[in-house]
Design a protein around this ligand. Structure first.
Ligand SMILES: Nc1ncnc2c1ncn2[C@@H]1O[C@H](COP(=O)(O)OP(=O)(O)O)[C@@H](O)[C@H]1O
Ligand SMILES: O=C(CO)[C@@H](O)[C@H](O)COP(=O)(O)O
Length: 444
């Protein structure tokens, strides 16, 4: 008989990933579905749609459901022993939101095991394109929220962050103001993480404290929704969000759908899902004083803190491991996609060539320095490509190798400046196949 195992899911920007570990924490299975490549019918780029205003960024919610169907079928074909899964949990890209249409709970509870999920759930979403973390179209809603609660610093003191355009409360406020009828026909709003948990639970999963802190709606000290923030965003919102729970809550057994269709044990437990960054803090077993850097679609820097002071820059989130503690987070929007663009321009689209070019230049890049923001950055708020030579003169281009090093050093310098403000020790998480040279630059 196969040994017991545990599944972890990651619904992130560009792909859905799954990993199974045994009781000795050994990885026994890994797989992924890449949205652009494996689900071309949705026509996403990097898993998203960038709308014509260049500010609105969404992902089709049914693509996430279909990705789950696809990965489960792949696991089944490979002979994966679903019956051995004792529990599962997971993570989602932060801030993104899913809008369940009135009556969907009944459909979710009663999905037929004869059909893939995406067929049963196709009419369940009042918003078919979910706003995601790359969206920056809610500037007016952010100003209104800060004004309603007495200013940016006051909002940060309540929710851990001043108003950010990608934060879910502001996204909900935009949907309510532009399409009140869509908002009214929504019975539940999930984060990507709680949406994913809902698919497994066959019921609406609660939002967890950690991912809930990325909404500009949760009082991070009391761990309850802030009435003034809710009221500033949309009417009747509390009911649509449900009660938030600790990130490690056991939500209940898996939906019968998975036992009937894939052979999961009916006793398999669903543990609350959380945001991908909080999940990384938990998974890396970060301790107070450590800083981790994640190089995903976004780059993030995060750390465990006991006594946070919310400020106008960065975010304080509830800690996913210890409900008395917190985590600080900085997010950089120009992460992997920016590196990919320079790789394509300067290294023929090859990470190997990128790596060789990086190794061929020296630390400090002979004084050449660059800041690369293809899209409006979050930290700091800046856009464009800015190159400076060793005499501090602005230049319009660099030789290819110099460009590659300027990009990597510029990105890491920005993180280091913030790291110096926040702590001292740097760990690393991220794409496991990331070019070692990039890691070397980070640690140099
Ligand atoms: N060898 C490599 N070196 C640097 N970056 C890489 C390498 N291989 C893949 N990547 C980048 O990693 C990104 C995906 O990282 P991942 O953490 O899986 O993203 P996400 O979880 O946000 O979907 C891609 O944009 C890709 O360009
Ligand atoms: O917006 C943030 C954090 O505040 C992002 O870090 C998202 O959570 C997206 O994660 P990745 O898909 O890049 O891992």
């Amino acid at each position: 008989m196969a040994a017991p195992c545990y599944l972890g899911w990651d619904f992130s920007t560009q792909q859905l990933k799954v990993i199974a570990i045994d009781e000795q924490l050994r990885v026994v299975y890994e797989d992924n579905v890449h949205f652009d490549k494996d689900l071309p019918e949705f026509r996403t780029q990097g898993g998203v749609y960038i709308h014509s205003d260049r500010l609105t960024v969404t992902s089709p919610v049914l693509m996430w459901v279909k990705a789950l169907d696809m990965i489960l079928e792949k696991m089944k074909s490979s002979g994966f022993k679903f019956s051995q899964v004792r529990a599962l949990s997971g993570a989602g890209q932060q801030h993104g939101s899913v809008y369940w249409k009135k009556g969907s709970i009944q459909i979710l509870k009663n999905v037929s095991s004869k059909l893939p999920l995406h067929q049963s759930l196709k009419a369940c979403f009042s918003v078919s394109n979910s706003p995601i973390w790359m969206d920056s179209s809610t500037a007016s809603q952010c100003s209104a929220l800060e004004k309603a609660v007495g200013g940016a610093q006051h909002l940060a003191s309540i929710t851990g962050s001043r108003a950010y355009e990608r934060f879910t409360g502001n996204q909900i406020a935009k949907i309510y103001s532009q399409n009140p009828e869509v908002y009214m026909e929504t019975e539940r709003i999930s984060l990507v993480s709680s949406f994913a948990a809902s698919l497994f639970l066959g019921a609406y999963a609660p939002i967890d404290y950690s991912d809930g802190s990325g909404m500009n709606l949760l009082q991070i000290w009391e761990k309850v929704w802030s009435v003034s923030c809710l009221n500033a965003c949309a009417p009747g919102l509390e009911e649509k969000l449900g009660c938030p729970v600790p990130s490690h809550s056991v939500l209940g057994p898996i939906s019968p759908y998975y036992s009937q269709r894939y052979g999961f044990s009916p006793d398999c437990k669903i543990v609350a899902f959380t945001g991908d960054n909080p999940a990384s803090l938990a998974g890396m077993r970060l301790q107070e004083g450590d800083i981790a850097i994640s190089l995903g679609t976004s780059d993030t820097l995060f750390l465990w803190i006991q006594e946070p002071t919310p400020a106008l820059e960065g975010h304080i989130l509830c800690n996913p491991v210890d409900s008395q503690a917190y985590m600080a987070l900085l997010c950089f929007k120009n992460g992997s996609l920016m590196r990919e663009r320079i790789r394509d321009d300067c290294a023929s689209g090859s990470w190997d060539e990128f790596s060789k070019a990086l190794s061929s230049t020296v630390a400090g890049n002979n004084g050449n320095l660059g800041f690369y923001f293809d899209v409006m950055e979050i930290t700091p708020e800046a856009v464009g490509i800015h190159r400076f030579n060793r005499h501090n003169q602005k230049v319009s281009d660099f030789p290819k190798e110099v460009e590659i090093r300027a990009l990597i050093e510029g990105q890491f310098m920005a993180k280091r400046i913030h790291a110096e403000k926040l702590g001292y020790k740097v760990n690393f998480r991220g794409n496991h196949s990331v070019t070692p040279c990039i890691l070397f630059c980070l640690c140099a």
